[in-house]
Design a protein. Structure first.
Ligand code: AKB
Length: 311
């Protein structure tokens, strides 16, 4: 990859991906696109991801050879307006695939644990199993995986994807996701505020610390194409926990931390339909996926970084 375009660069993943890719490839080789451009960034451009002609102009102008399409309404937000979620999530992906076809670019787009539905095996959910999601977000993710494979088989567009679990970051906040609680609780704990948890105390979901997520994105994109059998998209995970386990572990480090539960019915329903944990053997075998951050290391780092930032 020589010239990279991040579409949705101002979001939870994009903010950190931009920094890491610029360290690897140089500032001018990573163009950051979002609805609003960043005036302090010389390589930031304004782009509405729904505008295919505008995307095409940017890809042509900067001679882009890899597009990271990170535009999406997340699961809980998507349920508030399913038509809009479909329009944005699928529209941005289709534009990225079509422009990639035109200019011979690679494409990365994240899939999610949300691509699975209630009938998939709950524990160690296999790479290949039934996928009947019950959210519009999940339906978009399954369709996105199929479209990625279709563009690869039919047009040779090198589209790749991973099924991300909940992503936990110390610098950028998620928004509209079902797994957001696992980030939000750290802000409450560090600020000395009581955390109100919208997810049931014993509901397990897979999670990952953002540095591992960035490694997953990069490692998959630079992997040689041929050994990639499950290119759209790979199960990846780093840890699985339920809210009560996470809060108890935080309390060991911040003894004043308090929490209570006020279950959000929509997030309850969504999280109940998702896996407890994924089996990521295929990613490990096909491109060497190997996460570095476990739950305790992630908690220590989150508290350290947020305490320095907020206190
Ligand atoms: C969400 O909660 O919607 C996302 C996801 C797991 O895809 N974080």
């Amino acid at each position: 990859m020589k010239k990279i375009l991040i579409v949705g660069a101002g979001g939870q993943i994009g903010t950190e991906l931009k920094i890491e890719l610029r360290k690897l490839y140089g500032e001018s080789n990573v163009i950051a696109a979002d609805l609003q451009s960043d005036r302090n960034d010389d390589y930031s451009v304004q782009l509405d991801a729904m505008d295919a002609s505008a995307l095409s102009l940017i890809v042509n102008k900067f001679k882009i050879d890899a597009i990271y399409n990170l535009v999406a309404l997340l699961s809980a937000r998507g349920e508030k307006d399913p038509a809009l979620a479909w329009k944005i999530n699928m529209g941005a992906l289709l534009n990225a695939l079509e422009v990639a076809r035109q200019y011979d670019c690679k494409v990365f787009t994240p899939s999610s644990i949300g691509a699975f539905g209630p009938d998939a095996p709950k524990d160690k959910t296999p790479q290949d199993t039934v996928m009947h999601p019950t959210t519009v977000y999940g339906i978009c993710k399954v369709t996105g995986e199929l479209m990625g494979n279709y563009y690869w088989e039919r047009f040779g567009v090198d589209a790749r994807s991973v099924r991300f679990p909940g992503l936990i970051s110390n610098s950028s906040l998620p928004g509209g996701g079902t797994t957001d609680y696992a980030v939000d609780c750290f802000y409450s704990a560090v600020k000395g505020e009581k955390f109100i948890c919208p997810i049931p105390r014993d509901r397990y979901m897979d999670m990952m610390y953002m540095p591992d997520a960035i490694d997953a994105l990069h490692d998959l994109m630079v992997a040689p194409p041929r050994p990639l059998i499950h290119r759209n998209g790979y199960n990846v995970t780093a840890m699985s926990f339920c809210p009560e386990e996470l809060f108890e572990a935080i309390k060991k480090r911040i003894p004043t931390f308090e929490w209570e539960y006020d279950i959000d019915p929509m997030k309850d329903k969504i999280s109940d339909s998702w896996p407890n944990s994924l089996d990521d053997t295929c990613a490990r075998q096909e491109w060497g996926w190997n996460p570095k951050w476990d739950r305790d290391a992630m908690i220590d780092d989150m508290i350290k970084v947020l305490s320095a930032k907020l206190l």
